[in-house]
Design a protein around this ligand. Sequence first.
Ligand code: C2E
Ligand code: MG
Ligand code: MG
Ligand code: MG
Length: 281
Amino acid sequence: QAKLRQKGTALYFSESMGQDVRERMRLLISLREAFNTQLLFLVYQPKISLQTGLASGMEALLRWRMPDGSFVPPDRFIPLAEQSGLMIALGTFVLRTACQQLYRLMDAGFTDLIMAINISQAQLREQDFIPILQSAIEDAGVPAEQVELEITESMAAEDLMRIRTLLDAIRSMGVKVAIDDFGTGFSSLSVLRHLHTQRLKIDRSFVHEILEDDSIARMVIGLGHSLGMSITAEGVETEAQRQALFSLGCDEGQGWLFARPMEEPALLEWLQGTEKGKPSL
Ligand code: C2E
Ligand code: MG
Ligand code: MG
Ligand code: MG
């Protein structure tokens, strides 16, 4: 068993982590380095109201740029950070940075956008999650009502009682909660009803198949609306998909059709372009 000590965190690697232990260890060491040298940063992907064609907010997405300019995808390094204990610090960085970005957008005149932030399992398990969230919002000076947390269906289904209490505390701060990648997990309908979240995000696999088979998208939209939730479709890539979602009554879309995830300067430019009344469609 190898042990790595840095910033007071002890990390254990064992054979149970898989045959590629060494490679993952190397990746984890460079992830820590990246974290300390600002090679980790956020990009923001706009979310568009299908009614008006205007931006209603954006989702913060983490990026890791390697020294050679290539990117490691979050689907690869986030599970690693989760297993190693680094995710709490990384998640706190994401929360604080996204809230500061929201402040700058408000300062630039985009006063009613909602910043959606992905939260990992490790963060929700952390005892201090509520105070960390609270100070990210207060220190940035943004309204809690304009912050939305995205949690996945499986995170919600696990340990329902504790998550429910946590979500109640989050809601009482005014912060919104969305269920991400909805339809890919196994949560029961009663779980969904008990969580009182404000939004469901239809997983992009269902958007992808919508022209051949819209049954799941139709079901999720109907279900969400009947529980008083707003619906966002992920991974909207074509005009035909947008049309289909609109006809089904979907509230918001997010995807390459509208905009790619962007760094701050490009995001501002994009928002200024749409604000002048021409939707990016
Ligand atoms: P997600 O939260 O479901 O994010 C949506 C993913 O779909 C993003 O991938 C986004 O870039 C991608 N996407 C957006 N529009 C389109 C489209 O039109 N077509 C296709 N094919 N893809 C599209 P990304 O950025 O690689 O992130 C992957 C996942 O990593 C996220 O899925 C989320 O679960 C996780 N993640 C990213 N950033 C963070 C973070 O800061 N914290 C945590 N805990 N997880 C994060
Ligand atoms: Mg998300
Ligand atoms: Mg998603
Ligand atoms: Mg997804």
